[in-house]
Design a protein around this ligand. Structure first.
Ligand code: ATP
Ligand code: MG
Length: 416
């Protein structure tokens, strides 16, 4: 993409009403825009990152047998009354709306009820299970406070998967497979080293314990106690002697950290399937409950967490797999010769499947470098009169100081 054609521009000033680093940097660099408190738009660069994250998650969900659907945002209260969750005391962050005639509707904050009701239509026998269904869908939550930029918002894209199993054992096996899959997702998105599976409470979903995935960060709203060697943590909300012992942890090895909940997986038992009449018959004709689990990742929360973990005073430092582009090609000076050579490098890279943001703007080198640092693409290629004199370009990694002078013909092999 030609940067001269990108409609967004970078901002020099930090928006005065943003206190979180993720929103400050993402707004300044032109990835997102604020509509109002807790409501953000994704602009071209931001959407590219969001889509990369979505694709990583989709690949991993398909890998474990997930089938993708897209459920509606408007929800039928009757389903939620059956599980007791229409009640505003039980789910305290509902957005609800009304039809012209006055009939109430829900606006999706999660999807256990409609997905379970869907399966009632299709699952007739024991042989129809297990089933794993997921989606990328917008959730609305009437959050009381929204101070963490895009990490706590009132409208956000969530990947939510729901598992339906025949037995507790079958469920547990999948639950562990999904936990492993989450670990992979956080590794691929660049926060694997600082993200820990964490024993936690179940909120309005279940009375039992659940597993969160918590990313160490000063920007986090949670407190967790981590055994880094065991790669297991325990959330402060369930930090009791009983739980520490139950999960084989040792108090002296636990380190307290602030952290961001990037994902959460829940054993649901048969709470929702029983309430909504989802049952199967086993091979002896005996009626059986269906055992469920649900598995969520907030895509914007994850994107924000990546920025919180990977930035410096100059801007964002995108991990490779989620960067909006692979390479930032920066042309200094605007002579015919430079333009022509830069254009050739650009086209050659595109041909080999490398995504390039090509800064062809008529701006000073200083401005271009500052923007490149702010936007945070992991590899920068600079072409100027000076490098061209040596038939070369300069290659620099965003997180490193050192420059490499590379012959133009060798660019491709030098940007691994
Ligand atoms: P929190 O405790 O932070 O309010 P939650 O436990 O209510 O979150 P879940 O119901 O577990 O959230 O949702 C699954 C995932 O969706 C979370 O792990 C998080 O990644 C994301 N998420 C939840 N609420 C928000 C929000 N308000 N803004 C952005 N992402 C969110
Ligand atoms: Mg949660």
């Amino acid at each position: 993409m030609y940067q001269s054609q990108l409609f967004t521009k970078t901002l020099k000033e930090t928006p005065a009403d943003e206190i979180s680093i993720n929103a400050q940097l993402l707004i300044r660099a032109g990835f997102i825009q604020k509509e109002m408190a807790g409501v953000y738009d994704y602009l071209p660069l931001g959407l590219k990152v969001l889509k990369k994250i979505e694709n990583i998650i989709r690949e991993e969900m398909n890998e474990i047998g997930g089938q993708e659907v897209l459920m509606t945002t408007l929800q039928n209260p009757e389903l939620w009354k059956k599980t007791g969750r229409w009640n505003d005391q039980v789910v305290d962050n509902w957005f609800k709306t009304k039809l012209v005639g006055g009939t109430e509707l829900g606006i999706a904050n999660t999807h256990e009820e409609p997905i379970t009701a869907t399966l009632v239509n299709f699952v007739k026998s024991y042989k129809d299970l297990p089933v794993y269904i997921y989606q990328f869908q917008t959730k609305f939550r009437n959050e009381l406070r929204t101070k963490s930029g895009i990490m706590r918002v009132r409208e956000f894209l969530m990947k939510d998967l729901y598992s339906f199993s025949r037995t507790e054992e079958e469920f547990k096996k999948f639950y562990e497979i999904c936990a492993e899959s989450y670990i992979k997702i956080f590794k691929r998105t660049g926060i694997g080293d600082v993200t820990f599976r964490t024993i936690a409470a179940g909120g309005s979903f279940t009375a039992g314990l659940t597993d969160e995935f918590q990313t160490i960060s000063k920007a986090g709203e949670d407190i967790v106690y981590i055994d880094k060697a065991k790669k297991l943590a325990i959330n402060k909300e369930v930090y009791t002697d009983e739980n520490i012992k139950k999960f084989g942890l040792n108090k002296s090895k636990l380190e307290e950290e602030k952290s961001i909940e990037v994902g959460n997986i829940f054993p649901l038992g048969s709470k929702y399937s029983d309430a909504l009449g989802l049952k199967t018959k086993d091979e002896n004709g005996v009626e059986k409950s269906v055992i469920m689990g649900c598995y969520g990742i907030g895509l914007g929360r994850l994107l924000g967490a990546i920025v919180e973990v990977h930035h410096d005073e100059k801007g964002i430092i995108w991990p490779k797999e989620v960067s909006p582009f692979d390479v930032h090609l920066v042309q200094i000076e605007n002579s015919q010769k430079i333009r022509k050579t830069a254009e050739k490098i650009y086209q050659d890279l595109l041909k080999t499947g490398i995504e390039v943001l090509y800064d062809d703007r008529d701006k000073s080198a200083g401005e271009k470098f500052a923007d490149a640092d702010l936007i945070g693409i992991p590899i920068r290629i600079v072409i100027s009169e000076r490098t061209l004199a040596k038939n070369s370009v300069e290659i620099k990694k965003r997180q490193e100081q050192k420059l490499k002078i590379v012959k133009i013909s060798d660019v491709r092999i030098n940007i691994k």
